[in-house]
Design a protein around this ligand. Structure first.
Ligand SMILES: Cc1cc2nc3c(=O)[nH]c(=O)nc-3n(C[C@H](O)[C@H](O)[C@H](O)COP(=O)(O)O)c2cc1C
Length: 203
């Protein structure tokens, strides 16, 4: 049985500090036995939600662009890793726009009471959040966490946990903080093991 993880990359720099952290989490997921597809959101050509409200009555989005296949891919995935820098105290625009397009899932779940994700899938699907911020402030990740929790609820992929590192403007290179990289690997490995175990049990 294949266990599919999508690794969403929210930084425009594929191999920047967020990318390095994400690669560790991907390594953990693969070592646990999952297949992982990394998606560099900033390389996709897609629009934000334009509020056509087509999804109020339909299982798809009126807009057809690079985002479109993800409505199906998010239905069949078993777990999600989100890696994002903090930008203006929240999720960078491109990744946030990507998340907003899942209004299709919101409408199906909350408006029509016909969720895309089955009760069984909900027993194993999970989300890991990785985030880094430049500033040395306490509430740096509040915006990121709020949005991620709402997103996890909309796509029925419950929040498993997070790895956070602020003060990156001073730290500069995440590789100088091996403990953070190790935590990303370990949390991902742990989450993916749980996903595999629960999928075997409930599917
Ligand atoms: C447009 C922009 C906005 C940013 N806003 C914040 C912010 O509000 N809080 C913060 O801690 N860091 C902020 N940063 C700093 C980034 O989070 C930081 O540089 C991070 O390490 C970038 O990771 P990356 O190089 O992997 O993309 C911002 C950076 C940019 C480019």
């Amino acid at each position: 049985m294949t266990t599919k993880i999508i690794a969403l990359m929210g930084s425009p720099l594929p191999e920047g500090n967020t990318g390095v952290l994400l690669n560790e989490a991907i390594r953990g997921a693969k070592d646990a036995g999952c297949s992982v597809a990394r998606v560099n959101v900033c390389e996709l050509n897609f629009s934000g939600c334009m509020e056509y409200y087509y999804c109020e009555d339909n299982e798809s989005c009126y807009i057809n662009d690079d985002f479109s296949p993800f409505l199906k891919r998010f239905k069949t995935m078993d777990g999600l890793i989100i890696a994002t820098p903090v930008m203006t105290m929240g999720i960078p625009g491109q990744l946030k726009s990507f998340m907003d397009r899942f209004q299709v899932y919101f409408m199906a779940k909350y408006k029509r009471n016909q969720p895309f994700i089955s009760e069984e899938q909900k027993k194993w699907r999970k989300t890991l959040l990785l985030s880094i911020g430049g500033m040395d402030i306490e509430n740096d990740f509040d915006g990121i966490k709020l949005t991620t929790h709402a997103f996890c609820d909309i796509i029925d992929c419950p929040y498993f946990g997070g790895v956070f590192r602020n003060n990156m403007d001073e730290i500069k290179d995440i590789k100088s903080k091996p403990g953070v990289l190790e935590t990303a690997y370990n949390k991902s490995f742990e989450m993916c093991n749980e996903i595999i175990e629960n999928k075997e049990k409930y599917s």
